[in-house]
Design a protein around this ligand. Structure first.
Ligand SMILES: [Zn+2]
Length: 409
């Protein structure tokens, strides 16, 4: 690698990122004005496609699940920039300092719904690609920008569809979720588990003739809670956890219930599978009359495609010495002359598919800050937004120098 070339490239990238500060901010403000709850992302996808055309992408399209996509370059190796367009829903707008869909800039902070999760990430990856287009340095590598859908309700499902249904298989994935300009190399997984007890219904005036499924469930709940402390553990992520979050049964107050079902939210360490989770819970609840299953999560894309699948989102962890993490650290060091902080996320992302299922090298880097995610204080620092665009512009250049040189395919 030629240090002088890189120093010149870094200076150019920094200059272009500053030039793009205003259009990038305007694009982000437009995205915030557009309500885009999960499964209803059409206007946000259209707005993103327009911006991808504006910055000069070589190709702009949507896949079957309706993700917004734009490509820069024609190289065989594909780096996928991923950030999602859907936001979680506002529960009480009166708690917000400004109306959630009204972008308000105060100093260098931009407030609005989805600023921190994940629309600032979308703006940063689109303008990282815009800088790359201007630089025109990539030969073996192309960059695909993905304004992803469906992430809030079913992270990984939209990305899975792009890879498995539409056949776009990236060589690595960069996730522009909240990291406050640090590198993230993994997160715990999660899984929803249902346990059901069966009884026999009779009129509630003669309960002794029936079999009460709710009463059968009581010791099951105790046993499920009691598994905490002996769930799989991990040196980075600590102990897995599980908690009963819902209870359900027939809505007939004057009958003895013949079924009862609980939902369990289970947090996973990397390596746990659907089978290992069901087996471990079944072993505890079967003697008490419970049966265990992983429910199917209903997922409908804004294009009308059904993506229903098991409610299972595996965890993942990249080794600190993986090339993608090394390239991330080198990118950071080249831009800011100091070492990057490398950490893991508390929450789950589309990486549950790319790294957790498909084993595609995956890394997180974004301008947004975790404490503002899913809060009424939703915001992003616009200086960090510009910094993140720089990072997204330089990463593929260094990737091409390192990964491209090692493997010419
Ligand atoms: Zn997110």
């Amino acid at each position: 690698m030629n240090d002088q070339i890189n120093r010149d490239v870094v200076e150019k990238i920094k200059g272009l990122a500053e030039q793009f500060r205003q259009p990038m901010t305007d694009f982000l403000a437009d995205l915030i004005r557009i309500q885009s709850y999960t499964g209803h992302e059409t206007p946000a996808v259209d707005r993103t496609l327009a911006e991808l055309k504006l910055i000069g992408c070589d190709e702009v399209w949507t896949d079957s699940a309706g993700n917004a996509l734009g490509r820069i370059g024609n190289g065989k190796k594909i780096i996928l920039f991923n950030a999602h367009l859907d936001t979680n829903e506002v529960s009480d707008a009166s708690q917000w300092p400004h109306p959630p869909l009204e972008p308000v800039i105060d100093g260098n902070i931009l407030f609005g719904l989805g600023a921190s999760d994940c629309k600032a990430g979308v703006a940063a990856i689109v303008y990282g690609a815009a800088i790359l287009k201007k630089l025109d340095l990539l030969k073996n590598v192309s960059v695909v920008v993905m304004g992803a859908t469906l992430e809030e309700d079913a992270e990984g499902f939209g990305l899975r569809s792009l890879v498995e249904r539409d056949g776009l298989v990236p060589d690595c994935v960069l996730l522009a979720e909240a990291t406050n300009l640090t590198i993230r190399r993994g997160h715990r997984g999660r899984c929803e588990v249902h346990v059901r007890t069966q009884g026999k219904t009779v009129h509630a005036s003669t309960p002794h003739l029936g079999e009460n499924a709710i009463l059968k469930m009581a010791p099951v709940i105790e046993a499920v809670q009691g598994m905490n402390g002996s769930l799989p553990s991990h040196p980075v992520f600590g102990d897995g956890t599980q908690v009963v979050t819902l209870i359900n049964g027939p809505h007939t107050p004057n009958s003895v219930p013949d079924w009862c079902e609980i939902a369990i939210d289970r947090r996973l360490v990397p390596g746990e599978t659907k089978e290992s989770i069901v087996e471990s819970i079944q072993a505890i609840v079967q003697p008490l009359g419970g049966t265990t299953s992983i429910p199917i999560q209903p997922v409908l894309s804004h294009t009308g495609l059904r993506l229903d699948g098991p409610s299972f989102y595996p965890g993942w962890l990249m080794d600190e010495n993986e090339p993608i993490i090394e390239i991330g650290k080198l990118t950071f060091q080249s831009l800011w002359d100091k070492p990057a902080v490398v950490d893991v996320w508390k929450f789950s992302t589309d990486g549950t598919y790319s790294a957790g299922v498909a084993n595609i090298p995956t890394m997180g880097f974004g301008p947004q800050e975790e404490p503002f995610v899913h809060t009424s204080q939703d915001q992003v620092n616009l200086d960090k937004l510009v910094d993140a665009a720089m990072f997204y512009a330089l990463f593929p250049v260094i990737y091409e120098q390192i990964a491209g040189a090692n493997n010419k395919n």
